[in-house]
Design a protein. Structure first.
Length: 162
């Protein structure tokens, strides 16, 4: 039986902590389901005959499909947080994601700070790279999250509240 996954509070994280996610296969069914979900049926994603006439030479996944997969892969990785709040993404599309690719997300804790507006919470920034089976970075960026502090944390005792 595998070891239980530890969900971390903000207090459990350290700058430099890193993780590589499990793999995710990019299939035609998944890309078509994403097209249906979002309503984006642009032919470069859904029509192979059309996609062959493009600079990609084949169908490619939606750019936001990659970001969605990167976010989802973090939630099933060995390094994960107690549910908090996403504060935003800065994300770049570097290379196309093709049907048949196998993706993983590599992420780390890049920075940490206490929340200025929400006692009992801290903010982490997670630099992340979405990589394919050749180890090529296809997308990258960072995710900012607000994560709960460990229960029993007391702002008055810690001197963080005046």
């Amino acid at each position: 039986m595998p070891a239980e996954i530890l969900e971390r509070y903000w207090d459990d994280a350290k700058v430099g902590d890193a993780c590589l996610s499990p793999e995710y296969a990019v299939t035609e069914a998944r890309v078509m389901a994403y097209a249906d979900l979002t309503g984006d049926h642009t032919p470069v994603h859904t029509d192979e005959a059309y996609a062959r006439t493009t600079p990609f030479g084949t169908r490619v996944a939606h750019g936001l499909f990659g970001l969605s997969i990167a976010d989802g892969l973090k939630t099933i990785s060995d390094y994960r947080f107690i549910p908090g709040m996403s504060l935003g993404w800065e994300w770049s599309f570097i290379k196309p994601i093709k049907l048949g690719d196998t993706l993983r997300v590599k992420f780390s804790v890049g920075s940490m700070r206490l929340s200025n507006s929400k006692p009992g919470w801290g903010i982490v920034t997670l630099p992340s790279e979405l990589i394919n089976q050749q180890g090529e970075v296809v997308q990258k960026g960072e995710h900012r999250l607000m994560i709960p502090r460990r229960p029993g944390w007391d702002a008055k005792q810690s001197g963080e509240v005046q």
